[in-house]
Design a protein around this ligand. Structure first.
Ligand code: NAD
Length: 487
């Protein structure tokens, strides 16, 4: 069966290559993390499918590039219209496939998917210009030209949202695309491919290939015909991709993991601080940006911990389709076991697990309780490694300098949350934090115009606004002499 019905939607389980559905002889099984429901058998591609998709994208490139930002923008807006028209279906589908909250998919994520596409389509039309400047009478004319085929490799924690954060600027820049979604969440990308066809996107401009990272993913990133590789995922996979990209000197953009701090200074509004800290359990902790290390000033630690406990005890874990649910399951048995492994090892080391620390037996399946580890041993695994589950650590500090040193003391640098009642102090501390995004007295406020990315091991490059086009486009300077003209 090449089409399955999920949450009322018909979803094709095959690859999408050159505007056609292409099956592989082998498949892999896709189940819902909500309750283990079998969703379907998905085409498991390899070298041949990766090569075919890149070849299709390469052939489609010249015409797509020649269309220009306005022509491309019209089609991209039609895709966004179709995302909006199918918003409920996409929301239900994504929830079944990745177990994130249906209410967030409806109200936040899927509207954002449409916005990702519109925003970058418009940015290419209106914002990609640079003032012409002169060098000894010669004019410098800077342009953002299409670069070729972009391979986009995405994770499972926010599948279509993270994919369109790349698809939008890549297509708007005039590149053609081969998308490899995560094998645990193949469905929304496949459904999206049908929408691109309905919107009139020419065949071959957008391709989706399904399968395992180590198989079709590895074949894709090794292809010498790629102009760009944009990857969101884990640090170990990024290292493998970087090695493959090095052989062809393919430029890479990496959005990777984190172990971000959530710093609560002595003068913080405690209620706000506790609210922000508890939000770090969102999406069952499967958020790259999560501030999983709560660093709190010693003098307010007890009062803060009490508020945190009160708020955390109100988190309702359950079926993500239920409007009243706050957090759902882990994505997959393999990931659940990984998260549990971190907590079990912390337990065995004698770390102080004061909340959760175990699967939610009442719910069964892949539901792991929100967990808090207090005062973990500095340098221990639980406080240095990315768990990517509902596991937070709480530590204390006695001075701003100590907080800064602790905050910066991991290999990551994706984000930091800072809670303070004093603007000057917050500004001084924020300046010394090493991370791509610092949120002061807030969390997750993210404008597509702003740069986004990680410092240190959390990534290479920045995306958002013109930063996205600096990556996907070939930035060119045409220097024109004042002499030599005949007319
Ligand atoms: P992952 O690295 O295991 O997989 C990500 C993608 O890479 C998947 O599509 C996978 O199939 C593919 N892949 C795996 N091996 C490959 C290979 N050899 N060649 C090519 N592709 C390959 O990551 P994950 O478990 O899916 O996602 C979780 C990670 O992603 C966490 O570390 C998280 O922090 C990170 N993440 C980062 C951001 C960000 O914006 N910085 C956002 C979301 C998730």
């Amino acid at each position: 069966m090449s089409t399955i019905e999920v949450a009322g939607a018909q979803v094709d389980t095959r690859h999408w290559i050159n505007g056609q559905r292409v099956a592989s002889s082998e498949t892999f099984t896709n189940t819902s993390p909500i309750d283990g429901t079998f969703l379907g058998e998905i085409s498991r591609g390899g070298q041949a499918e990766a090569d075919a998709a890149v070849a299709a994208a390469k052939a489609a490139f010249p015409a797509w590039a020649a269309l220009g930002p306005k022509g491309r923008g019209e089609i991209l807006h039609r895709i966004a219209d179709l995302v909006e028209a199918n918003l409920e279906t996409l929301a239900q589908l994504e929830t079944m496939d990745n177990g994130s909250l249906l209410r967030s998919h409806r109200r936040g994520v899927m509207p954002r998917v449409a916005m990702n596409i519109r925003f970058f389509a418009d940015w290419a039309i209106n914002e990609l210009h640079h003032e012409v400047f002169e060098t000894r009478g010669h004019s410098n004319n800077i342009s953002w030209d299409p670069s070729g085929v972009a391979a986009l490799i995405t994770p499972w924690n926010a599948p279509l949202m993270l994919a369109t954060w790349k698809i939008g600027p890549a297509l708007a820049a005039g590149d053609t695309v081969v998308l490899k979604p995560a094998e645990w969440t193949p469905l929304s990308a496949s459904y999206f491919a049908d929408l691109t066809k309905q919107a009139g996107l020419p065949d071959g401009v957008f391709n989706v290939i399904q399968g395992y990272g180590r198989e079709i993913g590895a074949a894709l990133v090794a292809n010498p015909d790629l102009a760009r590789i944009s990857f969101t995922g884990s640090v170990p996979t990024a290292k493998v991709i970087a090695r493959a990209a090095a052989d062809n000197l393919t430029p890479v953009s990496f959005e990777l993991g984190g172990k971000s701090p959530c710093i609560v200074l002595e003068d913080a509004d405690l209620d706000l601080a506790a609210t922000l800290a508890v939000e770090q359990y969102d999406n069952a902790g499967q958020v790259c940006l999560s501030g999983t290390r709560i660093l709190v000033h010693e003098n307010i630690a007890d009062a803060f911990a009490e508020r945190f406990r009160e708020k955390a005890s109100q988190i309702k874990q359950g079926d993500p389709r239920d409007e009243s649910t706050d957090i759902g399951p882990q994505i997959h048995q393999v990931h659940f076991d990984r998260v549990k492994g971190f907590v079990d090892r912390a337990n065995a080391e004698g770390q102080n697990i004061v909340m959760g620390g175990e699967p939610n037996e009442e719910l069964g399946g892949l539901y792991f309780k929100p967990t808090l580890v207090k005062n973990p041993t500095p340098g221990s695994e639980i406080v240095t490694s990315e768990v990517f589950g509902p596991v937070l650590c709480m530590q204390t500090f006695t001075s701003d300098e100590e907080a800064i040193a602790m905050a910066n003391g991991t290999e990551f640098g994706l984000a930091a949350i800072l809670v303070s009642g004093n603007r000057e102090r917050a500004d001084r501390v924020a300046k010394q934090l090493v991370a791509g995004t610092i949120w002061v007295n807030c969390f997750f406020v993210r404008d597509l115009k702003a740069p986004f990315g990680g410092s240190k091991k959390s990534g290479i490059g920045r995306e958002g606004g013109t930063w996205s086009f600096d990556f996907y486009a070939d930035v060119k300077n045409t220097v024109v002499s004042p002499t030599g003209w005949k007319e």
